[in-house]
Design a protein around this ligand. Structure first.
Ligand code: ZN
Length: 298
């Protein structure tokens, strides 16, 4: 009989107390993921800190624009599936009216947790009343895509690349299923089924990225966009982003995401049942090794 509850990690060791940095400059809040030693892998410590930072930026009337950045070489390697700070089995004060996940049996554990920290939080952030800009350098992988996609703008450096490799875990894409909205359907299939890296030039060509600049000019380019926006009226900015978001809703974004979220969890549950592991037997090491092998073959 397989153990369908993911194995508990006995000890969580956080390498920092500040997984997210926050500063305000020129009416712009800079929210920076700060786990550079782990390529900004997102544990719950970080996602709750991100949520608190977004709340702070929304509450501050002096902030008109929000930038989401990642410190170090890469924007984000995705969800934390293997650092010492992986805190899957830790309880936090929820931001939604959802129960604690840690004592739930079987598939209910991940289903409850991912409603809160992935689908729920990403939707909250996407609907923030102020324009948001993702500043992306290096890797933007899996859960990293979710953070870039919730922003209104994506500005990237010429070394950036995008990838959703979770098909290797038997999963049809990350929890916030915006793939087929961010990319044309046939490209979305290619992106997930092959799991290959999409270079920033192609992402730009397909309309997933607004602007591409050399790494040294990335921050200046983001500041240029922020300066344009901060000169405009608060309500007009909010209404404008809502207008476009509403068109996406009319195209079925929310209901598509709800449907695929359940496919995602069917896949997690199937892996639990057949392999005793909700990630299809993969962890950070084996994912990286498979990626390397594929890059060598290409
Ligand atoms: Zn998941």
């Amino acid at each position: 009989m397989n153990d369908i509850v993911p194995p508990k990690q006995v000890k969580v060791e956080y390498e920092t107390d500040t997984p997210v940095l926050y500063r305000v400059e020129d009416a712009t809040a800079w929210i920076t993921m700060n786990r550079p030693a782990f390529n900004n892998a997102q544990n719950s410590q970080m996602t709750y800190a991100l949520d608190a930072a977004f709340r702070r930026a929304v509450d501050d009337d002096a902030v008109k624009v929000i930038v989401l950045a990642g410190s170090g070489k890469h924007f984000s390697a995705g969800h934390d599936i293997g650092t010492p700070g992986r805190d899957l089995h830790k309880s936090f004060d929820r931001t939604h009216l959802l129960p604690d996940h840690t004592n739930k049996p079987g598939a209910e554990l991940l289903y409850t947790r991912e409603q809160e920290v992935y689908l729920g939080m990403c939707r909250r952030w996407r609907d923030i009343s102020k324009p948001t800009i993702a500043m992306v350098q290096g890797a933007c992988i899996a859960g990293g895509l979710m953070l870039a996609w919730v922003c209104d703008f994506i500005v990237a450096s010429d070394d950036a690349f995008f990838q959703d490799p979770v098909q290797m875990m038997g999963i049809p894409g990350v929890e916030y299923f915006a793939h087929a909205f961010e990319l044309p359907p046939r490209i979305a299939k290619e992106f997930i089924l092959l799991g290959e890296r999409m270079p920033v030039a192609r992402a730009h060509q397909l309309g997933m990225v607004n602007r591409v600049v050399v790494r040294a000019e990335l921050e200046a380019e983001v500041k240029k966009i922020a300066a344009n926006l901060t000169a405009k009226g608060r309500l007009g900015l909010w209404l404008t982003k809502q207008a476009v978001n509403h068109v996406e809703e009319l195209r079925g974004k929310r209901s598509a995401m709800d449907a695929v979220f359940h496919m995602h969890h069917f896949a997690h549950a199937q892996s639990d049942l057949t392999q005793g592991n909700s990630l299809g037997g993969m962890d950070a090491k084996s994912m990286a090794a498979a990626n390397k092998k594929r890059a060598g073959e290409a």
